[in-house]
Ligand binder design. Structure first.
Ligand code: IMP
Ligand code: MG
Length: 185
């Protein structure tokens, strides 16, 4: 397509399809939390566009906060070791917490964050992700709200980056293997 930037080989999920699915997810989340005041915890930076679209589709009172973790390893690799680089502003003890991820890949990042947050004794702790790259999973992650199951390709857009670029694409695109230097298939 003419309007795709260089190195994007395919639009995997169109803007319209993403937005439609996010509207459904918003309704699912509203139904699940109608009797509580959930705290949505976004995992920066990949959650950014997804979460801002998602919260507009959840028509019950809610609060938001953000956390950021860095995992050691390369661009595509997660070693499992991680640390929090920006912590929550609020206390989550006794709260219904929903972790919001752009993508769950190996599950190392989400696994680390779930262990860390669970230790703070929330009333409940669940995971919502726009994209689930299940075939790559190493750490088992219970996902309560899933936008799309995606194949083992390097995906960008809608908040997801490659070396901090492409986050602003309004769709989910597949990045060329020549750029990622990665061909796992
Ligand atoms: P994990 O392997 O589940 O720990 O994922 C670690 C992080 O790698 C994710 O939060 C994303 O930031 C990034 N990541 C994994 N797969 C992709 C992808 O296809 N595109 C962009 N970022 C990705
Ligand atoms: Mg990234």
């Amino acid at each position: 397509m003419d309007d795709m930037p260089d190195n994007i080989v395919e639009i995997l999920i169109s803007q319209q399809a993403v937005e439609r699915r996010i509207a459904e997810m918003g309704r699912e989340i509203a139904a699940a939390y109608q009797d509580s005041l959930p705290l949505l915890v976004g995992v920066l930076k990949g959650c950014m566009i997804f979460m801002s679209d998602l919260v507009k589709q959840i028509d019950i009172p809610l609060e938001i906060d953000f956390i950021s973790a860095m995992s050691y390893g390369g661009v595509q690799k997660s070693s499992g070791a991680a640390r929090i680089t920006k912590d929550l502003d609020c206390v989550i003890e006794g709260r219904d917490v929903l972790l919001i991820e752009g993508i769950v890949d190996t599950g190392m990042t989400a696994g680390y964050l779930l262990r860390n947050l669970q230790a703070r004794q929330p009333r409940s702790l669940r995971v919502c992700t726009l994209l689930d790259k299940e075939v790559r999973r190493i750490v088992k992650i219970p996902i309560s709200f899933r936008g799309f199951s995606v194949p083992d390709r390097f995906l960008v857009g809608y908040g997801l980056d490659f070396r901090q670029l492409y986050r602003n694409l309004p769709y989910i695109g597949v990045l060329s293997n020549e750029i990622t230097g990665l061909d796992r298939r």
